[in-house]
Design a protein around this ligand. Structure first.
Ligand code: NAD
Length: 296
């Protein structure tokens, strides 16, 4: 999408952190912006900043796991700001610890927000975008956890690797409709994600890890407070949207790790000369061969 000015953006998690940075930068670039968040205090703080500006910004209280509420929020935003042509699936939560300690509720909470919340955004807005025929762009915020498995990040990593598959397939499916897809993969960002458990719903309260523990919040904050500032990150996103980049990967410190991972995968992958059935499968257009030809 070469021109974002004048378009309407819907940004989940927009009251804080990465998403608030996106809201500020895209508003500065001339977008009308809806910030959707489950935390009213985050929306209020964000609006206190936007109210000092001339930007057209609409706050929406929304739990992205609630499909009916999501559709109602989309209707309300489009009635006020016009058709949404930029969707930012940014809201996300995290809780860390070894997988063997996880409860079903730990799994359900993170999957419901980090994966189902993104699916709900796509299900809500993609049919509208296609029907209007004006194109658009979707930015899914994953993480470097979409590529890198670290000890103790199992549930979070599962959700973010899923976002990678979803984003890559969505980009292929939506290209013919003029809708671009980007996957943003941050490393550390200086946000409020250390407080994510505060948004955990009551029915998923049972955890094998930790609750709203100030010592844990302080520990987690130390890890992210040296991270990139959200507005700096959002400027990479603006470039990525304008240049229709699938991967937005602004963290050079991961180069060595990613080279290592891809090298290990290539070392494990069989070679054509070792498999007598290889030519037969490729000649019949099995998915691997198809993808290779499409990329050629
Ligand atoms: N902070 C980092 O270091 C980091 C690194 C990699 C990826 N990310 C990703 O960035 C995204 C944004 O996180 P952040 O770091 O800005 O955290 P943050 O906590 O500052 O912001 C997330 C916002 O999402 C909202 N939210 C949570 N659950 C919601 C729900 N069910 N419905 C609607 N809103 C909800 C929160 O209230 C909060 O305002 C997440 O997807 C996260 O996984 C963050």
């Amino acid at each position: 999408m070469t021109r974002v000015a004048g378009r309407t953006a819907f940004i989940t998690g927009g009251g804080s952190g990465v998403a608030l940075g996106q809201a500020k930068i895209f508003a500065q670039a001339g977008c009308k912006v809806a910030i959707a968040d489950i935390r009213q205090d985050h929306l209020d703080e964000a609006m206190a900043w936007f109210d000092q500006t001339d930007f057209q910004v609409m706050p929406v209280k929304l739990d992205i796991t609630d499909r009916a509420a999501y559709a109602a929020a989309a209707d309300a935003v489009e009635a006020r700001l016009g058709p949404v042509e930029l969707l930012f699936n940014t809201a996300g939560v995290s809780i860390f610890g070894p997988l063997e300690k996880a409860t079903y509720e730990d799994w359900d909470w993170q999957l419901s927000v980090n994966l189902n919340g993104v699916i709900n955004g796509i299900q809500t807005f993609v049919p509208r975008m296609i029907a209007r025929g004006n194109g658009g762009h979707i930015v899914n915020t994953a993480s470097m956890s979409a590529f890198v498995a670290l000890k103790g990040t199992g549930i979070y990593c599962t959700t973010k690797m899923a976002i990678r598959g979803l984003s890559e397939c969505l980009a292929l499916d939506l290209a013919e409709h003029g809708i671009g897809v980007s996957m943003l993969c941050p490393g550390a960002v200086n946000t409020n994600i250390h407080e994510a458990v505060l948004t955990r719903p009551e029915h998923l309260r049972n955890t094998g890890y930790y609750g709203a523990d100030p010592a844990m919040f302080a520990h987690l904050k130390k890890v992210i407070e040296v991270g990139m500032e959200p507005e700096t990150l959002a400027r990479y996103v603006l470039d990525g949207v304008e240049q229709d980049q699938l991967y937005i990967l602004p963290y050079p410190e991961f180069r060595g790790t990613l080279e290592d991972i891809h090298m290990r995968v290539m070392m494990a992958l069989a070679r054509p000369e070792d498999d007598p059935d290889y030519e037969k499968r490729v000649a019949h257009g099995v998915p691997g061969g198809e993808r290779r030809r499409a990329d050629a």
